[in-house]
Design a binder for this molecule. Structure first.
Ligand code: NAP
Length: 523
């Protein structure tokens, strides 16, 4: 019997058993580094001439694995294979499709430590961040499976005399799924499984910095009984095959999560009708953020400091929901800033595949490392650098060598229009901004082009109520951090340049991958 959906519980790595199991998984995964993963198109596993090497961010000389690198010919083959598989997969009963997701969830649950360990190596996630990523992947499978059962049958319509009327949802066709690297199992599984369970077939182009965990996910779907051709694993460069897949006339929809720049490019391309294309391409685009935490003078200041630090520096600030702006009421500015600095100084940074269970690991790759350090140099000019140093790794002799480590960095007294207060940095850099009063605070909150997540710490009921209307973000939190949305607890998606507000992990999400068909029979 199907039990109601519940989010997967976390473990506490201070306890002996989870710690031991994590260490064993890390050691097991370490022994499997450097393997090769082929493309998966239909029932074929294809080795390619060129490969993408997935590099370990905490030890850049170590290769986590090598995956096939698809050419345009492979991309074409993948689209054609997905198109052929759609004929049969779209007719498979929704319950059957859902059961494949439940089976995949069960496999992931059994392999939770191993999957998490892969992300410690490939992403430099801390143990708990990696574990939470795996739990979220399981949640998506469990939730979307149940959602498809709910949406799979005829939907309610108003009865009409002399007619038998029904509305049912049917799948769209071939979808291109393009996930980001930062939740490499959770988001990749969520985007892929939603499209598939709705009856579509997909070509998955994983991010080039996290293709190994995506290969493991594809293998799990196969073990769970997904027929060949429904999910085609096709890593390759965004520039080389990304555009080709997006522009292809047989592509019915594109499901993308990533940066604003790439999202806008896909948005534009989907708006153009290619020769031979007989539909309007749908695009689901979830993009970046410049998320913030606003603290007023009535707030619990210790709780606010704790929330800011966790949301700014968890997973090295590389969450789309990460707090990159702390907006503090002038009466409590100095106190909160001082407490945020004190807490941030205590965070540990190091290789998360070691025994130490560090709070923060390395940032994803060299390009990110350079970009974040450039922003720190900009920030040092735009404000007062109160924690961290401008000057990259050399400025921090205590940090481990050989990886892309950046410690928690805080820039105070930042102007609301400064670059580091407006542009997404995607690293452990927090801009602290002073607000004159609550109204001014709300103006700063809403003063960027993004609108993904935000939090307000306040004990004033009427301000909380105002914020419900005026704090313009897709995911708003009161008196808690702005990261850590759970599937179907806080459906996720942003406003403005943060995307199409698809609300992943919510009850409207699967409808994005289907179309409604109304059927009327005269009796
Ligand atoms: P990204 O650079 O935009 O890449 C995302 C994906 O797009 C990758 O698979 C990438 O492939 C692919 N891509 C690049 N160029 C492409 C093209 N021309 N055509 C098609 N695909 C292309 O983003 P990222 O660095 O992976 O992820 C970080 C970003 O994602 C941040 O901005 C973050 O805020 C955002 N994000 C948003 C959400 C949300 O729910 N709103 C959630 C997570 C992350 P390659 O890796 O091969 O370049």
């Amino acid at each position: 019997m199907l039990t109601p959906y519940r989010p997967e519980p976390y473990v506490n790595f201070a306890d002996a058993e989870p710690r031991q199991r994590m260490l064993a998984a890390l050691s097991d995964v370490r022994s499997r580094l450097g393997q090769t993963y082929p493309l998966r198109i239909g029932d074929k596993k294809i080795d390619t001439d060129k490969q993408i090497a997935s590099i370990m961010p905490a030890a850049s000389a170590t290769v986590v694995g090598r995956v096939g690198k698809a050419t345009r010919d492979h991309a074409e083959q993948a689209i054609q294979t997905a198109q052929a598989a759609f004929k049969t997969w779209s007719r498979v009963a929704p319950e059957t499709r859902a059961r494949i997701l439940f089976k995949a969830a069960a496999i992931m649950r059994r392999r939770v430590y191993e999957l998490s360990a892969w992300m410690c190596f490939e992403e430099s996630k801390s143990w708990i961040e990696a574990y939470a990523d795996t739990c979220e992947a399981i949640d998506f499978l469990d939730f979307y499976g149940r959602e498809m059962i709910r949406l799979g049958g005829p939907q309610p319509v108003t009865p009409y005399p002399g007619e038998d009327n029904e509305l049912r949802y049917v799948p769209l066709g071939v979808g291109v799924v393009i996930p980001p690297w930062n939740f490499p199992l959770a988001i990749c599984t969520g985007m892929t499984s939603a499209a598939i369970v709705a009856g579509n077939t997909v070509v998955l182009k994983p991010a080039s910095t996290s293709p190994v965990i995506a290969a493991v996910m594809a293998e799990i779907f196969e073990q769970a009984g997904l027929p060949p051709g429904v999910l085609n694993y096709c890593p390759g460069s965004g520039g080389e095959i990304g555009d080709y897949l997006v522009e292809h006339p047989r592509t019915r929809f594109v499901s993308f999560t990533g940066s604003m720049e790439v999202g806008l490019r896909i948005f534009e391309k989907c708006g153009k009708v290619a020769p031979g294309q007989i539909w309007l391409k749908r695009s689901v685009l979830e993009m970046g953020g410049k998320d913030c935490i606003l603290v007023d003078e009535t707030a619990d200041l210790e709780a606010a400091a704790e929330g800011i630090v966790a949301a700014a520096f968890g997973f090295q600030g590389q969450k789309c929901s990460a707090c990159s702006r702390a907006i503090l009421h002038r009466d409590v500015y100095d106190t909160v800033l001082e407490r945020v600095i004190a807490r941030s100084k205590k965070l540990t940074v190091g290789d998360t595949t070691s025994e130490e269970n560090f709070y923060m690991g390395a940032v994803i790759d060299e390009a990110s490392y350079k970009k974040i350090n450039e922003y720190i140099a900009v920030g040092a000019k735009e404000g007062r650098l109160v924690l961290g140093k401008s000057g990259g790794q050399d400025a921090h002799p205590a940090l481990p060598k050989g990886g892309y480590f950046i410690p928690p960095t805080i820039v105070a007294d930042v102007d609301r229009n400064a670059r580091i207060a407006q542009e997404e940095i995607f690293g452990p850099v927090l801009a602290v901004i002073k607000a004159k009063d609550f109204d001014d605070g709300l103006e700063i909150v809403n003063g960027t082009k993004f609108g993904l997540t935000g939090a307000l710490y306040s004990n004033d009921r009427f301000r909380l109520e105002r914020a419900r209307h005026e704090f313009h973000v897709g995911n708003l939190y009161f008196n808690r951090k702005c990261t850590g949305a759970l599937v179907d607890v806080q459906p996720f998606g942003g406003f403005n340049m943060s995307g199409t507000d698809s609300k992943a992990g919510g009850r409207d999400y699967l409808l994005l991958f289907m179309q409604g068909k109304a059927i009327a029979e005269r009796l």
